[in-house]
Design a protein around this ligand. Sequence first.
Ligand SMILES: Nc1ncnc2c1ncn2[C@@H]1O[C@H](COP(=O)(O)OP(=O)(O)O)[C@@H](O)[C@H]1O
Ligand SMILES: [Mg+2]
Length: 212
Amino acid sequence: MFELKHVSMEKNGKKIIENATFKLEYSGLVWLKGASGSGKSTILRIMCALEKPSSGEIFYKGVSIYEFNIPEFRSKCIYVPQMPILGQMNVMDCIRLPFSFKSNANKIFDDKKLNDLLEYFELQDATEKNINQLSGGEKLRIAIIRALLLDPECLLLDEPTSALDAKMEQKTLQLLKSLSEKKLIVSSFHTESIKEFCTQKIEIKDRYAIAS
Ligand SMILES: Nc1ncnc2c1ncn2[C@@H]1O[C@H](COP(=O)(O)OP(=O)(O)O)[C@@H](O)[C@H]1O
Ligand SMILES: [Mg+2]
């Protein structure tokens, strides 16, 4: 589904990613592994066209991602940053907001799925609140729920379990694993427990991305 070809990234004269070349299937849970500062967030941002690499090409279903209408591409392929900026509004309004975008006109809001996800992530009480009353971990889970309701073809997640306790971390990994049977999920994780859940690993080491 995704193909990176000779992707390199330099920032302020510093080489961050060098010649990253790999292919990802249409489904599966891909573990983007690497030390802090190795370039995981940079790769995810490049894949959703938020950052343009210094050189190289990125293809989504065989088409260069820069040929897509960007809002439409980001509706197929949703990126959830580690610290999502959700604004200051009621949590329900925040969850519903992207459904009002033209690029999501074909998406139907599923109340049952929302309730199931809120229950799964133990956030039933959050819907009455304002975003600024949520903790960092709660905001991240709301952003993930919102992305899942939009049911994208591909999900790019940046350390989705970093602010979770051990039980919630396991639940999240299990859910991502089961969803990845039908969609591609590319995610950075620090926890080694992802080992038993992932179908592929891309490890960034000394600027090089090694697929295995
Ligand atoms: N705007 C920037 N200018 C210069 N260097 C940057 C910038 N943003 C990130 N970096 C550097 O790029 C490297 C990779 O960052 P990042 O992709 O956030 O790594 P990770 O997500 O693996 O922790 C780090 O060394 C970081 O310091
Ligand atoms: Mg990062």
